[in-house]
Design a binder for this molecule. Structure first.
Ligand code: HEM
Ligand SMILES: [Cu+2]
Length: 646
């Protein structure tokens, strides 16, 4: 070991715990609230905010389903419908599906890894505030009647100024660049935390799969978010400064948009499912009372899915007239990607098969995900084939597909994860009876809504139409879908009600109500501000099941270890073997991330009408500079400044 100061080892005494609490606690009061950098606090806020966006997107969806329930309805004008489906897609994909996973990961990562916080706690707070601000920014446009109206993938030339003269596209373009900053800084934080903050002994082959999922997704985000930010920036330039990146009449290229967008967006759709699949891989086995079958295969399949995922974006562009040879390659890769997905499906199925399943609500949500994943996978496999896609492109078949994958592989695991980790978050159990009602209502409602949609698509109903004529053979199917959508929504609302009821009167959970094997269950529920009193040393994948499994190469030690209490500290370890390596000084709470976000918001607000609002942007820049100064001001406590007496 190469420590300058060798960390003390020992056990936790009452005085020591009191000291740690003082060091790690967030200050009470409003200033404390805006300054908190505690990953648990940030995680809960992420989850809460993402669920608000889910509710907004859900209401938008239901309004659309009322409009579409019967033919020839005029509840909505075509323009209103356009804004609704685009805002619904934007909300669900960007403001719900990724942030909800960031929330779970933020809360759980340090607890699963045996650390006291994320690698960069202030960056973590920044990523949350930027996400909220970008969401408010885009919804401000929507509230002003200037929401996106061109689909979530926002194709040019519709998005060009001549067809879209309002501020709609400017709000969306700038909002997406704004949100991209949040995603990027958040992803960097996950990557570094993964590499450096795992508990001593948690070598790379002992990491929970959910960590692998978020890590893989984060690497992908860092690589592909620049592409979409660039696309939206070029669009903004075209609209405001008369450049011609996408303007055909001046030699611009609409297909450039599609490439830049989908090079980002296909990997992104994996990024919004891999962490959720990881949640299932970690939590489903707990209810099967055995370890996951095929840990290594599942990890490799996660990595393989993402790697292949970079090479399939053109399957969204099969109908654009690209050369057939290119289409064949992209079609081939799109179909090959079914292999790693199948590996995960087999692993989960075998885990249930070989285990002794305990049928809880969480188990039901996780297990049903396997079914929905297979259905969504099969329809994806079909549209991955060029001639089939030529028939199905832009029909309701695709709408059915995206909802099976997104709701099936993101929302169902997330709700399962909520039932599973809620006791850790709150110290209370969720109500199982209400939970089962919620599950069956949402599972049945979901399938009633979206299974018939495959047929609507096969019968030729195009997506993104605000209404349709009678007697096309689509009437009954649409009515069934709309009814199912409401049933599904009721099912999800039952879970939200369950959260409220359980917060008030849920059964006390205790540290490990599910008798689960990983580190987050080794501490009280909810966890203390410092997470781990002494830093644990891990000897296997299942630190809390070792005695039972008898397969460890030693025993994990949880109540004796490094006792770091010289201000905020945690231990840094080496990337592969997790050997203790360095004492990491962690920052204190700070309002700087919030102030930085306010400045950034001003910058983007000014850019909406750059010719008139440039002063707003200028003020925003000053606020950002001030915030960075506050953020980086050297602090004596962190050892960044020498004491004057020395
Ligand atoms: C109550 C649940 C939901 C219902 C009833 C619903 C319904 C709809 C409807 C009616 C459309 C527009 C179809 C069209 O006109 O082309 C749509 C589009 C879409 N939905 Fe949902 N949806 C729901 C939940 C979700 C969730 C949870 C996600 C993602 C996590 C999602 C992602 C999308 C996407 C990406 C689009 C495409 C938007 C576009 O065409 O640009 N939806 N949904
Ligand atoms: Cu794709």
């Amino acid at each position: 070991m190469t420590f300058e100061r060798v960390p003390a080892t020992g056990t936790a005494s009452p005085g020591y715990l009191e000291r740690l609490t003082k060091i790690w606690e967030t200050e009470p009061g409003i200033l404390g609230w805006f300054s908190s950098v505690d990953h648990k606090e940030i995680g809960i806020r992420y989850i809460f905010t993402a669920f608000i966006f889910l509710a907004l997107g859900g209401v938008e969806a239901l309004i659309m389903r009322v409009q579409l329930a019967r033919p020839d309805q005029h509840l909505l004008t075509p323009e209103q419908y356009d804004q609704l489906f685009s805002t619904h897609g934007m909300t669900m994909i960007f403001l719900y599906a990724m942030p909800i996973l960031s929330g779970f990961s933020n809360y759980l990562w340090p607890l699963l890894l045996g650390a006291r916080d994320m690698a960069f706690p202030r960056v973590n707070a920044l990523s949350y505030w930027l996400f909220v601000a970008a969401g408010i920014f885009m919804y401000t446009g929507f509230a002003m009647g200037a929401g996106p109206n061109d689909g979530w993938f926002n194709y040019v030339p519709y998005a060009n100024k001549e067809y879209n003269p309002g501020l709609n596209m400017d709000f969306y373009a700038l909002g997406m660049i704004f949100l991209g900053i949040s995603t990027t800084v958040g992803s960097v934080n996950f990557v570094v935390t993964f590499l450096r903050l795992r508990a001593p002994g948690m070598s790379i082959n002992r990491v929970p799969i959910m960590i692998w999922g978020t890590f893989t997704a984060s690497v992908a985000n860092i690589l592909v978010v620049p592409s979409v930010s660039l696309a939206f920036f070029l669009l903004w330039m075209d609209r405001n400064f008369g450049t011609h990146f996408f303007d055909v009449s001046a030699g611009g290229q609409p297909l450039l948009w599609q490439h830049l967008f989908w090079i980002f967006a296909h990997p992104w759709v994996y990024a919004i499912v891999l962490p959720a699949m990881g949640m299932v891989s970690d939590a489903l086995p707990v209810f099967c009372r055995r370890p996951l079958v095929g840990y290594t295969a599942v990890v490799l399949s996660t990595l393989a899915t993402m790697t292949l995922g970079f090479g399939v974006w053109v399957h969204h562009m099969f109908t654009t007239g690209l050369p057939t040879l290119a289409l064949s390659f992209f079609s081939g890769v799109s179909i090959i990607i079914a292999i790693p997905s199948a590996v995960a499906v087999f692993a989960w199925t075998l885990t249930i098969w070989l285990g002794r399943p305990v049928i809880t609500t969480a188990f039901l949500y996780f297990a049903s995900m396997i079914v929905l994943f297979v259905i969504g996978g099969v329809s994806g496999f079909m549209t991955g084939s060029v001639p089939v896609d030529w028939q199905l492109h832009d029909t309701y078949f695709v709408v059915a597909h995206i909802h099976y994958v997104l709701i099936g592989i993101n929302l169902f695991p997330v709700i399962g994860g909520l039932y599973f980790w809620f006791p850790k978050f709150s110290g209370k159990m969720m109500n199982e009876t209400l939970g089962k009602w919620s599950f069956w209502t949402s599972f049945i409602g979901f399938n009633v809504a979206f299974l018939p949609m495959h047929l609507t698509g096969l019968l030729g109903m195009p997506r993104r139409v605000y209404t349709y004529p009678a007697h096309m053979g689509w009437d009954t199917l649409n009515m069934v879908t709309s009814i199912g959508a409401f049933v599904f929504a009721i099912g999800i609302v039952l879970t939200f009600i369950n959260v409220l009821v359980s917060l008030r009167s849920g059964r006390i959970a205790g540290p490990n109500p599910w008798d689960a094997p990983t580190l987050e269950w080794s501490m009280s529920s909810p966890p203390p501000p410092y997470n781990f009193a002494v830093l644990p040393t891990v000897a296997s994948r299942h630190p809390l099941w070792e005695q039972r499994l008898g397969d460890s190469h030693g025993t994990s030690t949880l109540d004796e270890g490094f006792t770091l209490d010289d201000k905020r500290e945690t231990i840094g370890t080496t990337a592969l073997d997790s050997e203790p390596d360095v004492i990491l000084k962690m920052p204190f709470d700070s309002p700087a991330p919030f102030i930085l976000t306010v400045g950034t918001s001003l910058i983007f607000a000014g850019m909406l009408i750059p010719s008139r609002l440039w002063a707003v942007t200028a003020v925003g820049c000053l606020v950002v500079i001030a915030a960075i100064l506050i953020w980086l001001w050297p602090e004596r406590e962190l050892g960044q400044r020498v004491e004057s007496s020395q």
